[in-house]
Design a protein around this ligand. Sequence first.
Ligand code: PEP
Length: 251
Amino acid sequence: MRKNIVAGNWKMNKNLQEGVELAKELNEALKGKTINCDVVIGTPFIHLAAVANNVDSNLVGVAAQNCANKASGAYTGEVSAEMVASTGAKYVILGHSERRAYYHETAEILKEKVGLALANGLTPIFCIGEVLEERESEKHFDVVKSQIVDSLFELSAEDFGKIVLAYEPVWAIGTGKTASSDQAQEMHAFIRKTLVEKYGNEVADNTSILYGGSANADNAIELFSNPDVDGGLIGGASLSVDKFMPVIEAF
Ligand code: PEP
């Protein structure tokens, strides 16, 4: 059966010392507690190795927030999936709307990144979601379906089974405006149906689909109570243990 996952996305926040401190604090807070989900933190690249060395991997998984779409070579400033994996990170967030919008990541580029992540044993947390005007013009289902089809549907069923999806309506990210519980469930059920059509029931049932977009302690219980919402990708509320723990404990 699919896993429940609560994954933090620190974005470009916390210097190295602050990040290691936060990771250690989270690790301490989780020790000895019964936690009903996998916990992941998505840190900047330069934090990965130090964070991975300072947490118990049974309690906290570590994620990069991106990786290169090339395996190695003359790509100044890039960080490969192999490099990410060598730090001890087990996950990589790919296709975040901020990367699609500000760094022009196309479906094709993301397809390459997903392939390299999988080839290096990383679990992609693949983000999809519509902007406000797409929702208002009722194109949100088509947009999300295309994002999945265009970057992921050439994967074999076996490889697709290694993907975690995160539905993040762009209008809800960092805005304080969460999708309603019904809107989240409706889209997650649609995504699962899309997966059934391509890969069948077993793969679709086993795929974790996270919700992201201003999720926090106040709304996580309701969001996570939906049958097709298998956890969250959490930005702002993952930047302190006080805010992140209640989201984790919403399961
Ligand atoms: C995110 O960064 O993926 C996110 C959902 O951010 P926030 O929780 O701050 O909206």
